[in-house]
Design a protein around this ligand. Structure first.
Ligand SMILES: [Zn+2]
Length: 537
């Protein structure tokens, strides 16, 4: 007697092996049997006729730790077939907190965060608070270097003192002991951008000790792409830590074509024995905070200091001059995307401009675009998000097709209701996984179905050393996504981003049915995954 049976599907097991017809039987939170099981009794039976039975997708690059508090049903993720999210990326995590720098951390992450009460200090405390109320998806937490640096030394724009470095190392050690799977950096964002490579290597050694990984939003994704990939690989080589290059891309038309070169650098590291991989989302626009347009010094001492600075005419003039003419070594997003290529995604105080391009808004206001950007950042205290149309299709295809590149949304669990649904967010929040399966596998034949599924399941599981997930195998955890390969498609667009995909029929998390015939059951079986319990010896 099985608790649950999925009947009559095509199993794509996550390893890259081709599809094979089978039924799958579940008991408790495990896969109990795979094969011809149609005469066996089961508590619940779900039909998978015409459907693929795949491992639940692992979103290796997510920011949902700042959104699941307000959306425990994880609507936009679970409806893509995602059953586990790796959160705490790009240097942003809601913990650890040092009380004296709590405000700095809150404003640092303000453009991402909704519904958090910030009533915790350590990462362990944070995770216990989070898991007490459950979530539809499993969560793997990374400790953000930005958060750790803020807790150790605020927003200081300089290398740490020996004592501050030690404080960072202790915070990372305790975070890893308390449930962090590794750590992440965001080297375009202050204060992560204030860190030199040696600071990161020392922290990476601690992650290595704990068998954790290092995921990096690298220092530059345009003109500095290759040196930035090399920096990430050097951090891995000198510390021994596995490296994940986050959301691989070449930003700015002048840099299109560089993804192939970046992949060659990654391949070289792999040939030399390093564990280095990357992830990608299937879109030609990126998205981040509007404050990323400013040179790093403008954010010194935090967002409040930035807001004050943006009120000073001489400082504004200097920022405007540097954004126009560039600074040595600084990757200028306004230059990469061009003002026509920047759209306001979220602006809580002026929702009417969400979805509008900065160049058009500036023209209407009779202002230079950088002046308008500074006005918005000042009025909204930094809480403005933008979308940058700056990526090339050939680069995207190179990344999607590479065997060491997995799929990561760089998005969060959102829902099209309440205060979650008004903004013109990036469609990746709703469409990443179905878009790969629909557009790039079925419609364009860029990669075989089983290879795309491996990039969403087996490959991230291997990277994370997550031994019982990301695979359909007897004894594995019952995280499963059933989808219709003829139908699966994203529906979210830049103009209408809050639209769920189609073709994702059933989603099982830890043996419980969360999506049944395309509808959310409301059940919240997700867990915070911890290395001790997920890596049986
Ligand atoms: Zn990032």
């Amino acid at each position: 007697m099985y608790d649950l049976m999925i009947e009559g599907g095509l199993v794509v097991d996550g390893s890259g092996r081709p599809p094979a017809p089978a039924d799958v039987g579940f008991r408790d939170d495990r896969i109990e049997a795979i094969g011809e099981l149609s005469r066996e009794p089961a508590g619940v039976r779900l039909s998978a006729t015409g459907l693929v039975i795949a491992p639940g997708f692992i979103d290796v690059h997510s920011h949902s730790d700042f959104r699941l508090w307000a959306n425990r049903r994880a609507e936009s993720k679970i409806r893509q077939g995602v059953t586990t999210e790796v959160v705490g990326n790009c240097g942003f995590s809601p913990a650890p907190i040092a009380p004296e720098f709590k405000g700095e951390l809150q404003s640092f992450a303000g453009f991402l965060a909704r519904g958090l009460d910030w009533e915790w200090r350590s990462l362990g405390e944070y995770l216990r608070r989070f898991e007490a109320e459950g979530s539809a998806v499993n969560v793997i937490q990374l400790a953000g270097h930005g958060a750790i640096r803020i807790a150790a030394m605020g927003f200081a724009r300089r290398p740490p003192t020996a004592q501050e470095q030690l404080r960072m190392e202790r915070l990372l050690t305790s975070s890893l002991e308390e449930g962090a799977w590794g750590f992440s950096s965001g080297l375009i964002y202050a204060p992560g951008s204030y860190a030199e490579t040696d600071e990161l290597i020392a922290l990476a050694r601690i992650a290595r000790e704990a068998r954790g990984l290092y995921a990096s939003h690298i220092r530059g994704e345009g003109v500095n792409l290759l040196t930035s990939v090399r920096e990430a690989i050097r951090i891995g080589r000198e510390s021994g830590v596995p490296v994940e290059v986050s959301h691989l891309k070449a930003a700015g038309r002048a840099n299109w074509g560089k993804v192939a070169e970046a992949l060659a650098v990654i391949d070289q590291g792999r040939r030399e024995g390093q564990d280095v991989t990357a992830d990608v989302y299937p879109y030609l626009a990126s998205s981040t905070t509007l404050s990323a347009l400013l040179p790093a010094w403008a954010l010194e001492n935090g967002i409040d200091a930035m807001v004050a600075r943006l009120g000073l005419p001489e400082v504004r003039a200097r920022i405007a001059a540097e954004v126009t003419s560039g600074l040595p070594g600084w990757e200028n997003p306004a230059k990469n995307a061009g003002w026509d290529g920047i759209m306001i995604a979220a602006c809580p105080g002026r929702p009417e401009i969400e979805g509008r391009h900065l160049a058009d808004l500036a023209r209407e206001a009779g202002q230079a675009p950088i002046e308008l950007a500074m006005d918005l950042l000042r009025a909204e205290r930094g809480r403005v998000a933008m979308i940058l149309f700056q990526l090339g299709e050939d680069d995207l295809r190179k990344a999607l097709g590479h065997p060491a590149v997995m799929i990561g949304s760089d998005g969060s669990a959102l829902a099209p209701y309440g205060d979650l649904g008004g903004e013109k967010v990036h469609p990746r929040n709703y469409g990443t996984f179905p878009r790969v399966l629909g557009t790039y596998v079925r419609d364009e034949g860029l990669l075989p179905l089983e290879e795309a599924v491996r990039k969403m399941t087996g490959l991230p599981a291997q990277k994370l050393d997550l031994r019982d997930r990301g695979v359909i195998r007897v004894g594995a955890k019952a995280d499963v996504t059933c989808f219709d390969p003829r139908l699966v498609s994203d529906r979210a667009t830049y103009a209408e981003p809050h639209r769920y995909p189609i073709g994702i029929r059933h989603v099982i998390v830890n043996g419980r049915v969360v999506i049944r015939d395309g509808e959310h059951t409301g059940t919240l079986p997700g867990r915070v995954l911890r290395r001790e319990s997920e890596r049986p010896l």
